[in-house]
Design a protein around this ligand. Sequence first.
Ligand code: GSH
Length: 308
Amino acid sequence: MSQLILHHYVPSPVSEKIRTALGIKDMTWQSCEQNRLPDRPELFAMTGGYRRIPVMQIGADLYCDTQCIFRELESRWPEPTLFPGGGRGMPFAVSRWTDGELFASAFRIAFAPVADDLPPALVTDRQRLYIGAGGDLKKEMADLPHTLAQFRAQVGWLEERLESNRAYILGENPSMADLLAWFIVWFVKERYAEAGEFFAEFPRLNAWAERMAAIGHGTSSPISPAEALSVARDSTPQTAEQADPRDPQGLKPGMQATVEPLTDSAEKPVSGTIRAVARDTIALTRETQECGEVAVHFPRVGYRVTVL
Ligand SMILES: N[C@@H](CCC(=O)N[C@@H](CS)C(=O)NCC(=O)O)C(=O)O
């Protein structure tokens, strides 16, 4: 099997979710650092333009979105599990909260106080992406006390959850549930100048955060975007054709389709030929001169599939 390549950039909180998952599984992987702004020609050549980070690549298979990455990681490397104690399903439901409302507050707290010091192109891009077309981090700064009150109450739920002296959210072993909370706490602790004071009232969460940081990221070695592209070019997708007779949209292998995230109308849909249809995921194949045939995998939840 080709080695796992993670396309990410160091300050990306959503990537930290996956880097720490690789730490839990003590994996050896290749780290492909991408630009913070969407100037990522090699990655876009492979995914067909999927805009977000991280993306996991294994040979000529590309997994977009952390929902999809978690599933594939667990299926290929089941031990140690990200779902100890049979805790499957629920973490994906919890991710709709952490990646939605909780992340939206964390973004404002991390970015609004420093917006004037960040590259203007980054501010414009992320405002649009996370607050919407009329997004304005200056207005968000004026509203920061409200955002902090919202965030504080939700962080309080995590503190309460850790009150029974368990080391991690589900018990004695770290799990996907911890990763969902960790990337948010990591993001705010890394970026918000007042984080020390803000988190002072959450002693259990702080002790847990130290345990999470100590997990690390496994062992990585660097790979350039051009090298990652040549790995895809020299491989063939390992995804078998798969039909799902119960698919509510009647999707079938061989159909031409597009996939796009529901959250961002400005993102370009990715087009290709359906290879595998399932309840939780969809894979399209695409063929280009730059990278040969690749399979690009997406979650179903939060994405719209349109047959062309
Ligand atoms: N639903 C996606 C969200 C990913 C996401 O928003 N990632 C951020 C980076 S932390 C991003 O892509 N920002 C815009 C960019 O880097 O171009 C997932 O779970 O992977």
